[in-house]
Design a binder for this molecule. Structure first.
Ligand code: PBG
Length: 340
């Protein structure tokens, strides 16, 4: 072994020598107020129904949801994405419960708006929680997911959510033309200030499994009804197509563009970031969350560290804000490191 000092002009390791130096040159930070907490809401009061495949996430009745939101606001997380668990007997072929002004979704939005006037409330615009077939759109007798017919329902649904107090409506259905139609209808109804966060590059992903279990919303039904969402959600093999969707949604009036899932689609976040000046949201979906939690439970990885690393990577790729079921875990970690 010789110990000759190498004549290296540039030594990048110098910048990594101390925590203070590393902090000086850190390029990416993620604050709790850049996180959006998705929440599953169920009927009842004082009711908490755990989601088996998403440790740490429960379906909550409205009263418990209000408590959780207050806790989140205290931790610096002020944005919430609401997903109602629609009772089985209300799921129909025409998904008509989506247009009920007293639906669970509208009731929780009204209650949260009253309890937390300054919170950002984001509602999901799609028919799957209300459809007995589990599809985001209306389905023809031949098993086709109908585009324009669905958009007619979605735009009325958006107005109901805005009436109830939604800050942002978030169409997650991937029908063509829905952003423009929803914008027009919101404006006609006097909701010029309600924002649209478009699930713009939403992939036909297998990472949505735990979410569909939480809502009991997996595609199902007659033999000719597709068991997947590949005729409307995007093919995971495609990237250029995401830019087409981004351009269309921008032209139609979207305020935010969303990429979903997140970790397997960092290149898509990056490409849309380069192509657009709009804010970009990324959705760390249920399967991404479940994988980290499951491996952590087995002691195979340090779940908290992996969660922080994943979220930081999503932000580094170009996301302005992130929907994550781990929002409160992250915010607690942030509070603890800020205090130390
Ligand atoms: C449905 C919707 C889905 C998710 C959000 N909205 C599921 C799907 O498209 O089947 C998935 C979120 C997650 O997996 O965390 N419109």
């Amino acid at each position: 072994m010789t110990h000759d000092t190498l004549n290296i002009n540039r030594r990048p390791r110098r910048l990594r020598r101390t925590p203070a130096l590393r902090a000086l040159v850190r390029e990416t930070t993620l604050r709790p107020d850049q996180l959006i907490l998705p929440m599953f809401i169920c009927e009842g009061s004082d009711r908490r129904v755990p989601i088996e495949t998403m440790p740490g996430c429960d379906r909550l009745s409205i009263d418990l949801a209000i408590n959780l939101c207050r806790e989140a606001v205290d931790l610096g997380v002020a944005s919430f994405a609401i997903f109602p668990v629609v009772e089985d007997h209300l799921k129909t072929l025409d998904a008509v419960e989506a247009l009920n002004p007293d639906s669970l979704n509208c009731r929780v939005v009204r209650a949260l708006r009253e309890a937390l006037p300054n919170a950002t409330l984001i509602t999901d615009i799609a028919l799957d929680p209300y459809s007995s077939l589990g599809h985001d759109g209306l389905v023809s007798p031949e098993g086709e997911i109908l585009n324009d017919e669905t958009v007619h329902v979605l735009r009325d649904m958006a107005v109901l959510h805005a009436d109830a107090g939604a800050t942002i409506v978030a169409p997650s259905d991937m029908m063509d033309g829905r952003i423009g139609a929803i914008r027009d209808r919101l404006d006609d109804a006097g909701h010029q200030n309600v924002l649209i966060m478009s699930y713009c590059a939403k992939y036909a992903s297998s990472f949505y499994g735990p979410f569909r279990q939480a809502l009991d919303s997996a595609p199902a039904g007659a033999a000719n009804v597709p068991r997947d969402k590949k005729t409307y959600q995007m093919d995971p093999s495609n990237a250029r197509e995401a830019l087409v969707e981004a351009a269309l949604d921008t032209a139609e009036g979207a305020d935010f563009l969303m990429v979903k899932p997140a970790l397997a689609y960092l290149d898509i976040i990056h490409r849309i970031r380069a192509a657009s000046e709009l804010p970009i949201a990324a959705y760390q979906v249920s399967g991404e969350y479940a994988m980290i939690k499951a491996a952590d439970e087995r002691g195979w990885i340090d779940g908290n560290a992996c969660m922080i690393e994943s979220l930081t990577a999503i932000r580094r790729a170009g996301a302005d804000c992130i929907l994550t079921y781990a929002a409160l875990d992250y915010a607690r970690w942030w509070r603890d490191v800020s205090a130390s």
